[in-house]
Design a protein around this ligand. Structure first.
Ligand code: 13P
Length: 251
C-alpha cells in the first residue's frame, strides 16, 4: 500500500510571522499518526526556523529547489548538504515555475533529482503540460518526455523513494482543477511508464496531483486509484484549507 502524502509548496510567500502561525495551527489540529505523510516546503530563508518549530511534530520539511553543485563558490545557490543540515527530507525539483521562469531543461531537472537522491533527500519530481500543449493533444508526449529524462538521467533506482507530482500548468494557481478523471488518466500513464522500467517501482512510487487542489475537490482526486496525495500551493498557506486537504487524504 502506498501511504498518502500531502505537501504544501509555499512558493515565494511567507514571513517569520506567517511561518510561526501556520506551523502552530497545522500542528495543533493534525491528528497524531494520521496515516498521511505531511510535508511543508517554505522558502529557503524560513527552513531553519521551520525546522525548529517542527521539532515535536509529525510534519516533515521540504525545500522548493536545490543546486547540483557542492558547497563552494556558487553565489546565491543552496546545496543539498545545506538542506540536510536544516533537517529537510524532501526537495521539489522541476516545478513548472522553475522550468518556465528560470529556464530549467528536462536534463537539468534530472540532474537535480539525481543529486538530491544521491545526497539522501527525497525528490518530488514535477511534470505537467501547459494549456497549449493540452489543446494540441500532446499531454501524454510532454509528460512522458519530462519523466523519461529523469528516469534516464537519474536512474529508475531513485524511485520509489522519489515521488512524481503531476501538475498541469493550466491548473496551477488558476482555480481550474483537472477533473478527477483527467488527472487519473495522466497518473495512470505515469505509472505505466514507471512500469516499463520496473513493475515493483511502479507499484510503490507515490504520484501526487497538484493544481488548484482545495478542501472541496481533494477527496474526488485522492480517491482515484493512481493518485496518492497532493502538492498544494495556495491552499497550503491557510491552515484550515491545508488541514481540510490532509483530512481528505486520510479518508
Ligand atoms: P496551486 O495549488 O496554488 O494551484 O499550486 C499548485 C502548485 O504549483 C504546487 O506546487
Amino acid at each position: 500500500m502506498r501511504r498518502p502524502l500531502v505537501a504544501g509548496n509555499w512558493k515565494m510567500n511567507g514571513s517569520r510571522e506567517l511561518t510561526r502561525g501556520l506551523v502552530a495551527e497545522i500542528g495543533a489540529d493534525l491528528p497524531n499518526d494520521c496515516g498521511v505523510d505531511v510535508v511543508v516546503c517554505p522558502p529557503y530563508v524560513y527552513l531553519d526556523m521551520c525546522s525548529n518549530l517542527l521539532e515535536s511534530q509529525s510534519i516533515a520539511l521540504g525545500a522548493q529547489d536545490l543546486d547540483t553543485h557542492g558547497p563552494g563558490a556558487f553565489t546565491g545557490a543552496i546545496a543539498a548538504d545545506m538542506l540536510l543540515d536544516v533537517d529537510c527530507r524532501f526537495v521539489i525539483v522541476g516545478h513548472s515555475e522553475r522550468r518556465s521562469l528560470y529556464g530549467e531543461s528536462d536534463e537539468r531537472v534530472a540532474e537535480k533529482a539525481a543529486v538530491a537522491a544521491e545526497r539522501g533527500l527525497i525528490p518530488i519530481v514535477c511534470v505537467g503540460e501547459t494549456q497549449e500543449e493540452r489543446e494540441d493533444g500532446v499531454t501524454e508526449e510532454v509528460v512522458h518526455r519530462q519523466l523519461d529524462a529523469v528516469i534516464r538521467g537519474a536512474g529508475i533506482k531513485i524511485f520509489p523513494q522519489a515521488l512524481v507530482a503531476y501538475e498541469p500548468v493550466w491548473a496551477i494557481g488558476t482555480g481550474l482543477t483537472a477533473t478527477a478523471q483527467q488527472a487519473q488518466e495522466v497518473h495512470q500513464l505515469i505509472r505505466e511508464q514507471l512500469s516499463d522500467a520496473s513493475a515493483e517501482v511502479a507499484r510503490d512510487t507515490r504520484v501526487l496531483y497538484g493544481g488548484s487542489v482545495k478542501p472541496d475537490n481533494a477527496l474526488g482526486l485522492f480517491t482515484q486509484p493512481d493518485i496518492d496525495g497532493g502538492l498544494i500551493g495556495g491552499a497550503s498557506l491557510k491552515a484550515a484549507d491545508f488541514l481540510g486537504i490532509i483530512k481528505a487524504a486520510i479518508s
